[in-house]
Write a protein that binds this ligand. Structure first.
Ligand code: FES
Ligand code: FES
Length: 155
């Protein structure tokens, strides 16, 4: 075990964990953040996605020691119930979520992609979501939500 310092959603935390513990386990078990989900544990589905220094990573296969001292953002860090992030508003307006299990991956990959490619077509958005699984099959609405978010980014 080692004492590790984590900065998550702008707040600093000290956790005791073996350095090779998956970051996902620490976020869920030590910090009680339930936005990132355990889906496959094999970097295959994307439901465990968080941002590390602004880039999406799969926290189920990232050792917690790799993230120590860096900026970690989970889906909880995007906005609040009172003040949702524009991408969260777009998902609500398009009714794009069913169970929500995949949303960490879809929203955090989607946000990163649209922020870097605000003129992306729906086809390009669909391709950007290619490595993410949604067991509820609401990809069509999610693509619409991301296109709506892109309008906001362009405005
Ligand atoms: S749980 Fe990490 S990619 Fe599936
Ligand atoms: S909304 Fe249920 S897995 Fe995507």
């Amino acid at each position: 075990m080692a004492a590790l310092s984590l900065k998550v959603n702008g707040r600093s935390h000290s956790v005791d964990a073996a350095p090779d513990t998956p970051l996902l386990y620490v976020l869920m078990d030590d910090l009680q953040l339930n936005g990132p989900k355990f889906g496959c544990g094999l970097a295959q589905c994307g439901s465990c996605t968080v941002l590390l220094n602004g880039e999406p990573i799969r926290s189920c296969v990232t050792p917690v020691s790799d993230a120590a001292g860096q900026e970690i953002t989970t889906i909880e860090g995007l906005g609040t119930l009172e003040a949702p992030h524009p991408i969260q508003k777009a998902f609500i307006e398009e009714q794009a979520a069913q169970c929500g299990y995949c949303l960490s991956g879809i929203m955090l990959y989607g946000k990163t992609f649209i922020d870097q490619n605000p003129n992306a077509t729906e086809q390009q958005i669909m391709e950007a979501l290619g490595g993410l699984l949604c067991r509820c099959h609401t990809h069509v609405r999610m693509v619409r939500a991301l296109a709506r978010y892109a309008q906001e980014v362009r405005a």
